[in-house]
Design a protein around this ligand. Sequence first.
Ligand code: NAP
Length: 294
Amino acid sequence: MSARLIDGTAISAELRNKIAQAVTRLSQEHGLTPGLAVVLVGNNPASEVYVRSKTAKTTAAGMRSLLYTLPDTASEAELLALVADLNADAAVHGILVQLPLPPQIDPQKVIEAINPAKDVDGFHPLTAGRLATGLPGIKPCTPLGCIILAKSVHASLAGMEAVIIGRSNIVGKPLAHLLLAENATVTIAHSRSRDLPGIARRADLLCAAVGRPEMVDKTFVKPGATVIDVGINRVPTAEGKNRLVGDVAFAEVAEIAGAITPVPGGVGPMTIACLLLNTLRACCAANRLPDPTL
Ligand code: NAP
């Protein structure tokens, strides 16, 4: 491979280390401990893995981790009641309801029930609106992780041609706003875009958030481009197990890209580190303290 590997595992560990130091200072100087409540409904195996990892890393950063598990059969009213309790709990600075939710629960209703000040996932419409209009506020974790990874390669993203494949509310759209705020020139492509490889080849910075295993092959990539792979796809192996692959055909794209994130070990660990960052920031904001310097 000729591309530089963007090591999300190492970059996220460094960020979590800085967050842990800021948490220690917050405790020493103000007697505060940031608290993150994670709510898991049902037993989706992938969600259980994510939640375990989130709670372990929250504790490791010196924060309070509160895990609430509800059965698969929980009603929407039960979950909304729990969210209302967490909204009212002063020791909880961040609330994350792990998605997907069982079919009887409307995820949008749950997202909108979270106090925007505790919306550390950054999915609430008010948070999205602040981001879209350039107001200060919480930045969604995965897109923020993508920006940090891109800036580990390029000190400035200003003027770069950025192409995002995918327009979801949790990745593609907020990532576009963050890139605009970095003064990149942004194109969002999606399933109805014509000549997707041609659009993607314009990119100095190509971000794939599609959910299609290895769809982005070398025909999508301008030589030397930086490629950020958000995709997490489980594909069956010949041995009957699962392996994780991204939306990018890593081996062939790494031959022509300038820099590339792996899957696993790229965007995934950054998402959790940015969740901790958002919880720390929410705790500071709730206590009228300035945004922490890391
Ligand atoms: P999503 O809500 O399913 O959105 C996928 C987007 O890709 C949609 O905008 C869709 O277009 C577009 N798309 C689908 N097929 C396409 C095609 N053949 N050509 C062009 N565009 C296509 O997915 P998401 O939630 O954004 O997640 C995307 C991927 O990122 C998934 O693999 C997910 O697991 C992963 N992810 C990773 C993290 C992390 O922490 N690393 C976090 C979140 C998500 P339309 O809008 O036209 O349908």
